[in-house]
Design a protein. Structure first.
Length: 332
């Protein structure tokens, strides 16, 4: 039985608490929150008997085997460093941080402690992504030529401005999926060799509310990404190869309990549906990933989930995108 300590009482904690409840090999040992009323309500809803408003108490609790950090992303570095100092493995919500300085410091604390850490890009733990990797490795799919994707949701009014805006709220999803695709089809080093151009619109909270990007990798692969937290509720992601196109008919970043579907359309034949049906959603599979890693004594998640080096590459891409988009907005 893996005993979890949960930091945070926001909506994302609900998803993880439900996943832990559904797993026969996990349980919640302690729940932390600053707001006593919200903490009490969440604990009652999920049957958690041990709560605290003191983070240090949770870190020091000998009954806590692993910590899930569901705090706003600008607090991830400090919470992870405290957990590492206490000798606690960590699953930390996305995005890793909001700056490369914090990202490097966070990973440095993990490597110094030599303890398990994984960034909570939960969709990457779902069998849907494992099937994607299998498809991309099939020689009949051809060679990668381009990728396009976008994620849009009207959430800017309910997110913390300290979290950095759309790129760190939503853009991390298409960026992390682009990273997986390029890495799988072109090799480990291909993602880091690139040139980018970006544009953006700064919202009322002074963060990027809309951001678009074009990238050319040094191997000739092209990509276009767009992210907004100012309007809509929509998603799309298409992979173009020398033999056809692969697109997602269902949300790749929120694979569900039930049917998840991709469509492979070769240039010279009929389309083929690729369906992955499971009994549980992404947070459950992320929970199982951590359980397996802890049972094996692993220090990081296996692919497709992000390894520590993957999380740093994704963060560097996000921060470069933000810098380029902000410079263009200022120029205008």
């Amino acid at each position: 039985m893996l005993r979890w300590g949960i930091l945070g009482t926001g909506f994302i904690s609900h998803a993880m608490l439900g996943a832990i409840r559904d797993s026969e090999n996990s349980a919640v040992a302690m729940l932390y929150g600053r707001n006593e009323a919200a903490l009490s309500e969440l604990a009652t809803q999920y049957g958690v008997t041990n709560t605290t408003t003191d983070q240090a108490e949770l870190f020091a609790n000998p009954d806590v085997d692993v910590i899930y950090i569901a705090l706003p992303n600008h607090l991830h570095r400090a919470a992870t460093e405290a957990a590492m100092a206490a000798g606690k493995p960590v699953l930390c919500e996305k995005s890793l941080t909001t700056t490369m300085e914090d990202a490097h410091a966070l990973i440095a604390s993990v490597q110094a402690a030599n303890i398990f850490f994984a960034e909570g890009l939960m969709y990457l733990a779902h069998p849907f992504m494992q099937q994607l990797v299998t498809v991309l490795r099939d020689p009949s799919v051809g060679e990668l030529r381009s990728v396009s994707g976008f994620y849009a949701a009207d959430i800017w009014q309910v997110v913390n401005p300290a979290g950095g805006g759309t790129l760190y709220n939503l853009g991390c999803y298409p960026v992390s999926l682009l990273h997986l695709v390029v890495q799988t089809m072109c090799g480990e080093g291909a993602f880091a060799s690139r040139s980018i151009a970006a544009f953006g619109n700064i919202g009322k909270d002074s963060t990027l509310q809309d951001a678009s990007l074009s990238v050319r990798f040094d191997n000739g692969v092209l990509a276009n990404l767009h992210s907004t937290d100012g309007h809509g509720m929509a998603h799309a992601f298409t992979i173009v190869t020398t033999k056809g196109t692969l697109c997602f008919a269902t949300n790749p970043w929120l694979p569900v309990a039930g049917e998840n579907k991709m469509i492979w359309q070769p240039y010279d034949g009929p389309a083929r549906d690729i369906v992955v049906e499971t009994k549980h959603g992404a947070f459950y599979h992320q929970t199982k990933m951590v359980e397996r890693a802890q049972a094996m004594g692993a220090k990081e998640a296996p692919r497709p989930s992000p390894r520590q080096s993957d999380s740093l590459e994704i963060m560097r891409f996000l921060t470069e995108w933000e810098t380029a988009a902000r410079s263009q907005d200022t120029a205008q």
